[in-house]
Design a protein around this ligand. Structure first.
Ligand code: IMP
Length: 409
């Protein structure tokens, strides 16, 4: 069975935790897009693991994790991450494979990424990791894939610095290389998880372009770049938070206007630990945007939702969620494409009463306070999609499963 886990907002929805949780029942985990711009956090027995390139199944000793064809890989970042895991006692040798179709991020890409960003009248707020340049070089047909590492014809046009970089890393990368399509064909009966990075609204096609990342972070990315085709996907899980966050620039209709100390915005940021795993940047915060979520569900054919960070609302007496936009006086219920429309969108908010108690120890949906269940039910009805997993804390165990995602429907 094949499950795709995709972010249904602007990234940072808690995909790392959910992939780690679901990986207990998988044997192969394939990350299909993005690069070291991503930051996936997993908390296990009080230890916190920050992953950027390595798929989130790595913490189990017996899982194979594969960096997929849609990824752009900076070997320096990869091997420093692997060394960090090794220090924490994680044995990765032989378990971390890289699709031979994945592309490299070279030193000049990182430099150009920063230069381009400096020249933009309206910067995107990139992570500066060379991601956009790597995808652009791929589209130009000048990128270097893992399969090209030993092919002198492919390397001949590289700048000296990039060439030296490739030569320095290729002996370590090559043994990890795998033909992903052939691997998954021969493991077609394995339970496989396809892990997305970023989120639907940061996808190059479905996101808030140009304020997006450059990879395919929508669920279709798993089919194009995960080594399988669309008909092999059995389930698309969309992960979203009880509220919204965004890091970097770009439109964010429900963003809180007041971000001063003591404001709701800073309360949510601190309670939810909303600081970038990769850059440390404070994330912008706002109420849940159901217009955006419904769009993400449709654009990704999400058939089950996973709600995370519900516990962040534990102490609030009341909160709101956005059910429509008012754009220059017009009521809009579909997520607009135009950046100007999104920037002019004023959220139409619906109030909810808070539950004012800790849900961190709840282990079943019925144990959740009535008001928390009401919030869940409202979201399900609005987006016409069941929420089958609810996360009530950062630890692997703090996960309520109403229906196992591995159950075929
Ligand atoms: P880039 O991916 O570094 O080119 O950055 C493009 C945009 O995507 C910026 O707004 C980043 O902050 C955002 N971004 C990239 N990766 C992530 C992620 O993993 N989580 C959230 N935002 C991200």
């Amino acid at each position: 069975m094949n499950i795709v886990v995709t972010g249904a907002q602007w990234g940072d929805e808690g995909k790392g935790k959910i992939v780690d949780f679901l990986a207990a029942d998988a044997s192969v985990i394939v990350r299909f897009s993005g690069g070291a711009n991503a930051g996936h956090t997993i908390v296990l027995g009080g230890d916190r693991y920050a992953l950027h390139l390595v798929p989130s199944g790595i913490l189990y000793p017996d899982k194979i994790v594969i960096l997929g064809s849609g990824m752009v890989i900076d070997p320096e970042a990869l091997f420093s991450e692997l060394a960090g895991l090794e220090k924490k006692g994680i044995d990765w040798l032989g378990r971390v494979l890289i699709s031979d179709r994945a592309h490299l991020v070279l030193p000049s890409y990182r430099r150009v990424d920063k230069e381009l960003e400096q020249k933009r009248a309206r910067p995107i707020g990139t992570t500066g990791r060379g991601i956009g340049v790597a995808y652009a070089m791929k589209a130009y047909r000048d990128g270097i894939r893992i399969a090209d590492l030993m092919d002198e014809d492919r390397l001949v046009n590289l700048e000296a610095e990039d060439r030296a970089f490739v030569e320095a890393w290729r002996d370590r990368l090559s043994p990890m290389s795998v033909d992903l399509v052939a691997y998954l064909r021969s493991h077609r009966n394995a339970y496989t998880l396809f892990e997305g990075a970023q989120g639907a609204l940061l996808d190059i096609d479905t996101g808030t372009y140009p304020f997006v990342s450059s990879g395919m972070s929508c669920s279709a990315g798993a089919a194009a770049q995960g080594g399988i085709g669309p008909r092999r996907i059995d389930r698309v899980l969309g992960v979203f938070k009880a509220y919204s966050t965004r890091v970097g620039n770009g439109p964010f209709p429900t963003e809180f206007a007041d971000d001063s100390p003591g404001s709701l915005s800073s309360y949510i940021r601190d309670t939810g630990n909303e600081y970038g795993v990769t850059t440390g940047r404070p994330r912008r915060c706002g109420y849940l945007d159901l217009v955006a979520l419904r769009y993400a569900v449709a654009a990704n054919s999400i058939d089950r939702l996973v709600l995370t960070h519900l516990d962040v609302y534990d102490e609030l007496a009341e909160f709101e969620a956005c059910i429509a936009y008012r754009i220059r006086g017009r009521l809009v219920e579909d997520f607009p494409t135009s950046i100007r429309d999104l920037e002019d969108a004023e959220p139409v908010l619906r109030k909810f009463s808070g539950w004012k108690e800790s849900i961190a120890a709840c282990t079943s949906f019925d144990e959740l306070p009535r008001k928390a269940r009401d919030y869940v039910a409202f979201i399900e009805e609005y987006v016409e999609t069941p929420i089958t997993v609810v996360s009530v804390g950062s630890d692997r165990g703090q996960t309520i499963v109403r229906e196992s995602p591995w159950t075929r429907s």
